[in-house]
Design a protein around this ligand. Structure first.
Ligand SMILES: [Cu+2]
Length: 531
C-alpha cells in the first residue's frame, strides 16, 4: 500500500499518483538543489501538522514535520547555520528536539527542560551556528507524540559530507501501531504487555526476564575474524525482551508490500544514511548480497567496517556505503526489528531494472532477530576521538525498573525529580552506565558528543556518539567534555521508558534552570490530540 506521509494536503502535488515521487523528495532534494537557507532571507519554516498515512491499507492520521513545499525535515549547509521556525499547526502543544546537535541549551527543544511547549497555533525560532556535519534527525519531545511518526531527517551538510558519495539516500526506519500511544502506555502499565505474553485463557503471562526463556534459533550479527567483516549468523539464545509489539515497520514511511525504490547507477558508490526514528524498536540492517562499509555512526565518522549485517539501536544513525555492481539490477536493503520477524526496507535499483514485488513470505523474516549487543560497538573506532585525558568526575547511572508497575529508573528514581547529575564547566566527565534490567536501553545525552570508553568494564577507544545501547545486564562508560553549559536531558530513547521515568538531566553548576520544571513533565502526555 502507498504510504503518503510526505504528501501535503494543500498541495496540488497531493494526487495519489504523485506520492511516490514526493516520497523520494527528502532524499532527492538535497542532491539536486542548493538547499542552504543561508542568504535566503529568514528562517526555514518547519510546520508540525497532522497528515494522512496509509499503512497496510488503512489510512490513519500521523504528525508530519515538513517545510511548506512538503519536504520532510531540514538539510542545512554548515556554513549557513541553523535557522528554523517551528510552526505548530496541531491541536495540542509540541516541541521539536534536534537530536544529536551540539547547540545552545535553550535551542534544544525539550519541554520543561529547555523551553515551554509550543502552544497550538504558536511558533518558535531556533537559530544557532552549526558545529557538526552528518546524519542527524528531529523529533517531537512532547509527551508520546513521537509515536505518531513526529520525526524527520536532519542532514548537516559540509564539504566532507557532500564528498562522501555522489549518490546519497536517507533511509528512515520506524515502528507503527494502529493503537494510539496513550493506549499502548496504558496497556504496558496494566501489565497487559502484548498478545504473545498472554496465557491461553487471556490473562497476562508472568514477565519473562532476559535469559529466563529457553534458547531459540535467532538471526544475529556475527563478526568473522577471517574476513574481518560482519555477516548474518544463526545463534541459539533466549528471545529478546521486547515490551511493545507493532503492527508494522516502515522504511521511509512505507511497508514492504510497496517499498520505496531508490535510484542508483551501475558501478557507483552509494551512501545510505540510516536513521532509527522508531519509538521502541532496534534493527538489524541487512544489505546482502551487497557488501557494505559502515563509515559513520550518529553522524560521526568511524574507521570503516565491512559487512552485510549491521546493528542500529533506537535513535541511532549509521552511514553505510555500498557499491552497485557494474551489471546493475535491483537490490533490497532490509531492516528487521529486534526480537521480531518483522521487516521493512527499500530497494536500490538501476534504471530499467525489474523490481520484483516482495511475496507475502518474503515480507517476514525466517528467524526472529536476536537482541542487539556489543558485537559491532566493540569494533567501532572514532575517526576524531576526544583528546586523551583522565576523568575529573565519574557519575554512576544505574538503569533499573519495576515491571509490576511499569516504572523505569535511573539511580533508583523515576523522573520527575530534581536530582540532576551535576557537572562543572571544563571537566572531563565520565558516566558509568550499568543496566540491571532485562532489556537493552539506548541512552541518549543531549547537547554533547560523547565517546564510548568502556564496554562491560573493558576499556575501548570507541565511537563518538550521542546515543549508545546498553544491553540487558551490561555496562557502558561514556566520556565527554563539559563544554556546553545548560540543563541537558539524559534518558533512555525507548519512548515508553522515557515517559515512565528513565530520564534525568545533566546540569552544569550555575546553569540557567528557568525552564526546568520537572513537576510538569509527566502531566502532558498528549500526542496528536487530547486523548
Ligand atoms: Cu529503556
Amino acid at each position: 500500500m502507498n504510504s503518503s506521509l510526505h504528501r501535503t494536503a494543500e498541495s496540488p502535488r497531493s494526487a495519489p499518483g504523485f506520492s511516490r515521487a514526493l516520497l523520494s523528495l527528502a532524499s532527492a532534494s538535497f542532491l539536486m538543489l542548493p538547499w542552504g537557507a543561508a542568504g535566503a532571507g529568514g528562517p526555514v519554516q518547519l510546520v508540525v501538522q497532522e497528515a494522512p498515512l496509509t499503512v497496510l491499507g488503512r489510512e490513519v492520521a500521523v504528525v508530519a514535520i515538513r517545510q511548506p513545499d512538503g519536504t520532510a525535515g531540514y538539510f542545512p549547509e554548515r556554513g549557513g547555520g541553523f535557522d528554523v521556525e517551528v510552526v505548530n499547526r496541531l491541536r495540542v502543544p509540541t516541541a521539536i528536539h534536534w537530536h544529536g546537535l551540539i547547540l545552545p541549551n535553550l535551542m534544544d527543544g525539550v519541554p520543561y527542560v529547555t523551553q515551554d511547549p509550543i502552544a497550538p497555533g504558536a511558533s518558535m525560532r531556533y537559530q544557532f551556528p552549526l558545529k557538526q556535519g552528518g546524519t542527524y534527525w528531529m523529533h517531537s519531545h512532547f509527551g508520546l507524540q513521537e509515536q505518531f511518526q513526529a520525526s524527520a531527517p536532519l542532514i548537516l551538510w559540509t564539504t566532507d559530507e557532500h564528498a562522501a558519495a555522489t549518490r546519497q539516500h536517507v533511509v528512515s526506519l520506524t515502528d507503527f501501531s494502529f493503537k494510539k500511544p496513550g493506549e499502548i502506555l496504558r496497556g504496558l502499565k496494566a501489565g497487559m504487555k502484548m498478545p504473545a505474553m498472554k496465557t491461553a485463557d487471556g490473562k497476562p503471562a508472568a514477565m519473562p526476564k532476559m535469559g529466563d526463556g529457553p534458547p531459540v534459533e535467532l538471526k544475529a550479527q556475527i563478526w568473522n575474524e577471517a574476513t574481518r567483516s560482519f555477516s548474518a549468523g544463526r545463534v541459539r539464545r533466549p528471545m529478546p525482551d521486547i515490551d511493545v509489539r507493532y503492527d508494522a515497520l516502515l522504511a521511509n514511511f512505507r511497508t514492504l508490500d510497496d517499498p520505496q525504490v531508490l535510484p542508483v547507477s551501475a558501478g557507483e558508490s552509494v551512501l545510505l544514511r540510516f536513521i532509527a526514528m522508531s519509538s521502541s524498536t532496534g534493527f538489524l540492517v541487512d544489505t546482502s548480497p551487497l557488501d557494505a562499509e559502515l563509515v559513520a555512526v550518529d553522524g560521526k565518522p568511524v574507521a570503516p567496517l565491512r559487512g552485510t549485517v549491521f546493528q542500529l539501536a533506537t535513535a541511532q544513525r549509521m552511514d553505510l556505503r555500498v557499491t552497485i555492481p557494474p551489471g546493475g539490477g535491483a537490490f533490497p536493503v532490509l531492516a528487521q526489528g529486534e526480537g521480531t520477524q518483522q521487516l521493512c526496507g527499500v530497494v536500490l535499483a538501476t534504471s530499467g531494472a525489474s523490481v520484483p514485488r516482495f511475496t507475502e513470505a518474503q515480507r517476514t523474516a525466517p528467524l526472529p532477530a536476536a537482541a542487539l549487543d556489543f558485537t559491532q560497538e566493540r569494533r567501532l573506532r572514532a575517526r576524531n576521538p576526544l583528546p586523551v585525558r583522565p576523568a575529573d568526575r565519574v557519575l554512576p547511572a544505574v538503569l533499573g525498573g519495576n515491571m509490576m508497575r511499569y516504572v523505569w529508573t535511573i539511580n533508583g528514581k523515576p523522573y520527575p525529580h530534581r536530582d540532576a547529575l551535576t557537572v562543572r564547566s571544563g571537566e572531563r566527565v565520565h558516566i558509568a552506565i550499568t543496566n540491571s534490567t532485562g532489556m537493552g536501553h539506548p541512552m541518549h545525552l543531549h547537547g554533547h558528543d560523547f565517546q564510548v570508553v568502556a564496554l562491560d568494564g573493558q576499556a575501548v577507544e570507541g565511537a563518538l556518539r550521542d546515543t549508545v545501547l546498553v544491553p540487558a545486564g551490561s555496562g557502558v562508560r561514556i566520556a565527554f567534555d563539559a563544554d556546553n553549559p545548560g540543563v541537558w536531558a539524559f534518558h533512555c530513547h525507548l519512548l515508553y521508558h522515557l515517559a515512565t521515568g528513565m530520564f534525568t538531566v545533566v546540569s552544569y553548576e550555575g546553569a540557567d534552570t528557568r525552564h526546568w520544571a520537572p513537576e510538569k513533565a509527566a502531566s502532558e502526555l498528549l500526542g496528536l490530540r487530547a486523548e
